[in-house]
Design a protein. Structure first.
Length: 489
């Protein structure tokens, strides 16, 4: 029996596998695709916080070496430049999803996680001690915990009976790669129906197409005839489209699972939330989900924390994603070319000329403003820990380097040795360090320098010290379990 079985080896499932493997959990992935190849193109990149998370795990250079950095954030056609934000990665990384998955897969394989391909999960049954996972062929397989990272049409979510709540689709788009016999117009076209775009691909022959359909298409797989019809309605010709490499359909539906957990079963990534691809938020949300979930699940599996800690995953990630989804829905609505929508876009663009609104939206869409509700206190509490330059007894270090093993850190910037966390020393790294310079948070600005911080494995601050240890034991117990008992001689 595995401790954790993940269904799906998309970006979400792979990242979770890496997190659990780092925490020493026995984890396996079940994947219905028989090879790692991804059919068609989906994501084309991700934003600052996701890049930071990969930096926290020491794998960011693998992505940076293959992608293109750019100021890629926008709201309703107004560019949102994040280069002024205090982050080592104030940009978007352009990189196709097949490359993202290949890089993550390489990391997960180095960590020794088995990926069982060609296995389609059809359902599960859970009891007090574990979960039986049902497969289309063979099985069942027994696991202590099951995570559905199986995409927007998640079988795990459906079988768990978890409601998928939100806005119905109001329009649908076809996305395709085809050959053509006529020259195609490059770039984006907006009309009263929606957004349409074409670009010739690297081979110089194939054209990548996104076209909004005149009416919402059915939930079945689209055909070349559907594509021709949609193109002709917009451009007056189908450009002689033929030999499709693939055709797919997506909609502007935006739905979120009402619960991210049902007993021993959890949901993450697109299985927990779907929304239009506008603004490229999908991969980042899935990665942030599982970097939040991974260490909590690992501690529950290892008996370090009670299983109630898993409810905190929903409590933190559900509202964080709901905020982003609200914004994405608004952006998708503004993807039309009629006069009223243009007037609204222009009005918003005027407002985004002011620093306050611009910073708010840029903070949200880059993921750099993400913070969890850990109660009143210092502005750092619950927010992402900045990647400060530190001086330690072992030489210069960056904060993110301390997080590479996905273990919590008590960072003491006061008198060395002035904080005692001996009862948690088996779980929490204790680092004495110096930092000179200001503490700056995106959107918020400069904050008072703390004397110590307790940093969770996901890079969020769980406690801020003012020179005393007030509240530290409670924070350590809440997040990292009961203190170890002293050996009785
Ligand atoms: C046109 C388009 C453009 C996009 N652009 C962007 C972008 O620029 N940036 C961005 O961040 N996001 C973008 N997205 C969204 C992004 O692709 C998704 O959010 C992301 O793939 C979600 O990852 P995931 O791992 O949660 O799910 P998925 O990538 O869907 O992975 C799910 C995995 O589970 C497997 N699976 C499913 N069911 C089963 C089963 N029953 N048994 C076993 N295995 C199963 C699947 O084969 C798959 O490998 C775009 C999406 C679309 C459609």
């Amino acid at each position: 029996m595995n401790d954790v079985t993940i269904v799906g080896s998309g970006p979400t499932g792979l990242m979770l596998a890496g997190e659990l493997a780092l925490a020493g959990v026995d984890v396996a992935i079940l994947e219905r695709r028989s090879t790692p190849d991804l059919v068609g193109s989906r994501a084309r990149g991700f934003h600052s916080r996701t890049i930071e998370i990969f930096d926290q795990r020491g794998i960011v250079d693998r992505f940076l070496a293959e992608g293109q950095t750019a100021q890629g954030l926008s709201f309703a056609n107004t560019s949102l430049n994040v280069s002024g934000f205090p982050s080592r990665h104030p940009y978007t990384l352009g990189l196709g999803q097949s490359h993202i998955e290949r890089i993550l897969l390489g990391w997960v394989e180095e960590l020794g996680v088995p990926i069982r391909r060609g296995l389609e999960v059809t359902g599960f049954a859970q009891d007090d001690a574990g979960v039986d996972v049902h497969l289309a062929d063979g099985g069942p397989l027994r696991t202590a915990y099951l995570v559905g990272a199986d995409g927007g049409r998640s079988v795990i979510r459906n079988v768990a009976g978890i409601e998928f709540v939100g806005a119905e689709a109001t329009r649908s788009h076809l996305i395709a790669e085809v050959e053509v016999t006529e020259e195609t117009p490059a770039g984006i076209r907006l009309d009263g129906v929606g957004i349409h775009a074409m670009s010739v691909m690297e081979d110089g022959r194939t054209v990548g197409i996104v076209v909004t359909e005149q009416q919402i298409g059915p939930a079945t797989e689209p055909t070349l005839a559907d594509l021709s019809e949609a193109l002709t309605a917009v451009y007056g010709t189908d450009f002689g489209a033929h030999d499709p490499r693939w055709i797919s359909r997506f909609t502007d539906a935006a739905r979120q699972a009402a619960a991210y957990r049902s007993g021993r079963v959890l949901l993450a990534g697109d299985a927990a939330h779907i929304h239009p691809p506008t603004g490229g938020q999908g991969i980042g949300l899935g990665v942030q989900d599982v970097v939040n979930l991974g260490w909590k699940l690992a501690q529950v599996v290892r008996g370090v924390s009670p299983d109630g800690l898993l409810d905190n995953y929903h409590a933190e990630r559900h509202p964080a994603t709901a905020r982003v989804m609200r914004n994405v829905m608004a952006q998708a609505l503004l993807q039309r070319g009629d006069a009223r929508t243009e007037a609204m876009r222009d009005t918003i663009s005027d407002l985004l000329g002011f620093e306050g609104p611009r910073a708010q939206l840029a903070g949200l869409l880059s993921g750099l403003d993400v913070g969890y509700d850990l109660g009143e206190g210092h502005p750092l509490l619950g927010r992402r820990m900045p990647d400060l330059d530190l001086t330690t007894a072992h030489g210069p270090r960056r904060v993110f380097e301390l997080l590479q093993d996905a273990r919590p850190v008590l960072l003491n910037l006061g008198e060395p040795g002035s904080i005692d966390i001996t009862p948690w020393a088996d779980r929490v790294q204790h680092v004495d360090a110096d930092h000179t310079g200001t503490w700056e948070l995106p959107v918020i600005g400069t904050v008072p320098a703390p004397v110590a911080v307790l940093i969770r494995p996901d890079g969020h601050v769980a406690w801020v010290g003012d020179g005393t240890q007030t509240g530290l034991s409670e924070a350590l117990t809440t997040w990292f379990g009961q203190p170890a008992k002293k050996d009785v001689a």
